[in-house]
Design a protein around this ligand. Structure first.
Ligand SMILES: [Zn+2]
Length: 239
């Protein structure tokens, strides 16, 4: 039996002499694993699909629940992402988060669109890659039920101006009057940066807050879904 799917390569692990086992995020079947035979040979035809970021239409052969890639038609490899370290680690972090947050086989067209749009912007727009990634974090968290409310105090609804505290349990930020025991404060500048991003404003430069925005989500994902993203740590460490 064969299937045609649209997929993005999230991960590729070497297998046997010249194969790779791919983790593909497909529009039609969600996240799947597929074997790509012979793709590490120098002149391999389907080489592209065995690299992270590749967005392709892929023909899969299925045999007892296992998929093998038999043909690909690549739409975009988002090549420019590989030419810049920040873009590269931002892109890799998005792939890593997608792989970690999606259970096998769960379809999510909206997450798929978010990922394609992010890769396109990383590759072809000159917007700060960290702003793009922070927006992706915010949208993906919302999509998968771990949303964080940044609009105003999650308890009384007032606009937060001076001091801000994070409620991990309720997925919101709160003002000083509403904070409860165990809810830690964080920088108001970081909060204002995150709020701006969450409202869809992404094309501006604020390098220090951007980095703190990454740290915020690294903390948030580690606490809320016990997820420690390796590529994110690399991105934060870049000068
Ligand atoms: Zn309040």
């Amino acid at each position: 039996m064969t299937d045609k799917v649209n997929g993005i390569t999230l991960r590729a692990v070497n297998y046997k002499d010249s194969d790779r086992i791919l983790t593909l995020f497909t529009l039609e079947k969600g996240k799947i694993t597929a074997n790509a035979r012979g793709v590490r040979k120098a002149n391999a035809k389907m080489k592209q699909v065995a690299e992270p970021f590749c967005f392709a239409e892929t023909i899969l052969a299925e045999k007892s629940g296992r998929y093998t890639v038999t043909e690909i038609n690549s739409f975009d490899a988002f090549y420019p992402i590989r030419t810049d370290l920040k873009k590269y680690y931002a892109g890799m972090t998005a792939l890593e988060l997608t792989d970690a947050i999606l259970p096998d086989g769960l379809e999510s067209a909206s997450h798929f669109v978010l990922l394609v749009e992010l890769l396109k912007k990383l590759a072809y727009k000159s917007i700060n890659p960290i702003n793009l990634l922070v927006k992706f974090f915010y949208d993906v968290a919302l999509e998968h039920g771990y949303s964080i409310n940044l609009a105003s105090c999650g308890r009384c609804g007032t606009v937060i101006e001076d001091k801000v505290f994070l409620s991990l349990k309720d997925g919101c930020c709160v003002c000083e009057d509403c904070k409860r025991q165990g809810e830690n404060g964080f920088s108001i500048d970081t909060y204002k940066y995150l709020k701006r991003i969450s409202e869809g404003e992404i094309d501006f430069e604020d390098k220090e807050s951007a980095k703190n925005g990454l740290r915020f989500f690294a903390y948030y994902f580690s606490k809320v879904i016990s997820l420690n993203l390796k590529c994110l740590a690399m991105l934060i460490d870049l000068p």
